[in-house]
Design a protein around this ligand. Structure first.
Ligand code: UDP
Ligand code: MG
Length: 310
């Protein structure tokens, strides 16, 4: 097999329902590329037949390489492992469920040939997604944008093409709680987007549970903004100022002789301040937990086995 020009990285977690269709459609598109390619499947600790099915495909197809994790380490770890193993000059990350249409890869390649180093897929329309997911995703991308100085494009997932040099730059970033799409923006280079219509999942259910979505959102914000951490000081000063004003007001009112329910007022004041303290502590905790995780220095993933890597 001659050295690949294109590397296509596909993370897989319990994707037995879509794997055959997905593989066939990806192959059909990859065959139309103008150079040799490698397809890298990363099995992220699937509990169904994904691993067996991927291994079977590997026997027949030597352009298909497989990395299999020792357990489920998450989508971001899976795409990172694939990107670390990729040998191509252009590396494309794409979901297994055909929500990202493989045909868009050809548009990305066209832009890459025009000289762009990063071509990301921008979702202009999303099919078959719950109202909750649509609203929270839209809000999240905008909140993150308002909180950070890094120019992270909105409504953009990890479906993208990276030039080899961008991938090499990403490999030098040691952080483990990765928000890959943010890191890609952070490294810079010449970036552009192609719009695409995000399809409904070809089969199976979403593998992004609410917990995984919250982890990703948390990593995105904590890695790319320290604004929440800086919220405490102004909030505290504001509450102190307001309490002082309230106290003066109370004094004036009692002097004038009007009725004032001190107990109730006090209760609300205490609840308010306690809530505030908890909030600020909570935010600090988010950063602390992450810091602790990074300091432990554990690898981001453990590979159980590899197939078709010589
Ligand atoms: N995925 C993964 N590990 C996980 C969860 C998801 O490798 O822990 C993969 C999954 O197989 C798919 C991609 O990440 O290829 C995106 O997941 P999914 O389509 O379930 O997310 P959604 O599109 O619903 O946000
Ligand atoms: Mg999906």
């Amino acid at each position: 097999m001659s050295k690949a020009v294109y590397s296509i990285v596909v993370p897989l977690y319990n994707e037995q329902e879509v794997l055959p269709t997905s593989y066939a459609r990806l192959k059909a598109v990859l065959e139309t590329l103008d150079g040799p390619y490698e397809l890298i499947f990363v099995n992220d600790g699937s509990k169904d037949k994904t691993l067996e099915m991927a291994k079977e495909l590997c026997e027949k197809d030597k352009t298909l390489r497989l990395i299999s994790f020792a357990r489920n380490f998450g989508h971001q770890a899976a795409i990172t492992a694939g990107m670390n193993a990729a040998e191509g000059d252009a590396i494309v990350v794409i979901d297994a469920d055909l929500q990202d249409p493989p045909e868009v890869i050809l548009d990305m390649v066209k832009k890459w040939k025009e000289g762009y180093d990063v071509v990301y897929g921008k979702r202009e329309k999303r099919d078959g997604e719950s109202a909750f997911k649509l609203v929270t995703a839209k809000a999240f991308y905008r909140i993150l944008k308002s909180l950070t100085d890094v120019d992270i494009p909105v409504d953009t997932g990890d479906f993208r093409l990276l030039d080899k040099k961008v991938n090499e730059a990403l490999k030098t970033l040691p952080e483990r709680n990765r928000y890959v799409r943010g890191l890609v923006s952070w490294v810079g280079f010449k970036q552009t987007g192609v719009f695409f219509h995000r399809q409904e999942r070809a089969a199976g259910e979403t593998k992004y549970t609410l917990k995984k979505m919250l982890k990703l959102a948390g990593d995105g914000i904590v890695s790319f903004s320290s604004s929440p951490l800086k919220l405490g000081a102004p909030l505290g000063i504001g509450v102190c100022g307001l309490s002082a004003l309230g106290f003066i007001l109370y004094l004036v009112l009692s002097l004038v002789g009007g009725y004032f329910a001190l107990n109730t007022a006090l209760l609300f004041a205490i609840l308010f301040v306690s809530g505030l303290i908890l909030t600020v502590f909570g935010i600090t905790g988010l950063y602390f937990a992450r810091l602790y995780d990074e300091v432990k220095g554990r690898p981001m993933y453990i590979i159980g086995e590899k197939v078709n890597f010589d």
